[in-house]
Design a protein around this ligand. Structure first.
Ligand code: MG
Ligand code: ZN
Length: 187
């Protein structure tokens, strides 16, 4: 079985301007690139982005816009020697979604549909995996899935108040999170 580090995107990797989707708005959080580089050295872990993108469902931007933004992010990752193994996004919203996007899906955080799909597709043992995110929804999702969890103080920094959470660790940023995982992953 493989292991994974599941990475939230907005507020964890890149700066979260509301419903960020324009390439010009792509800025990395402090320590994000260094953190990803460090995590990359943990060869036994897949690096997988798990991101809620209800802005698509709400009609603020399209799936094409989302993919263009990701293409630019991956281009900058490549320049820094970072390879992401997988990426899952949830475009839905149960009330605010338009048309096909208005469903009570299984992938909206803190539901664990995206983690389960990744586990199937990559053969991942969730109990030996980690979730890193800036919202309580990320940490709650990780808890439900049986992963270990790291909250980062960047982005929302856990102040969304959606869930009462107890992460395994609270990190200043993605680099701090990566150092913690580096020291606490069973080799
Ligand atoms: Mg986030
Ligand atoms: Zn969904």
């Amino acid at each position: 079985m493989n292991r994974a580090i599941f990475l939230d995107r907005d507020g964890t990797i890149n700066v979260d301007v509301e419903y960020v989707h324009n390439i010009e708005d792509l800025r990395f959080e402090e320590g994000a690139i260094e953190g990803l580089r460090l995590l990359q050295n943990l060869r036994e872990y897949k690096l997988i982005i798990i991101t809620g993108q209800s802005g698509i469902g709400r009609g603020y931007y399209t799936e094409d816009d989302y993919h263009r933004f990701m293409d630019e992010m991956y281009r900058q990752f490549r320049l820094n020697g970072i390879v992401i193994d997988g990426e899952y996004f949830c475009p839905h919203h149960p009330e605010k979604g338009k048309g096909i996007y208005r469903i009570d899906c299984e992938c909206r955080k803190p539901k664990i549909g995206m983690l389960e799909q990744a586990a199937r597709e990559f053969g991942i043992d969730l109990s030996k995996s980690w979730v890193i995110g800036d919202k309580t929804d990320d940490i709650e999702m990780g808890r439900i899935a049986g992963c270990r969890t790291v909250l980062v103080r960047t982005g929302k920094g856990g102040k969304d108040g959606n869930f009462s959470i107890t992460p395994n660790y609270t990190a200043d940023n993605l680099l701090d999170a990566a150092r913690y995982i580096f020291e606490n992953s069973q080799r």
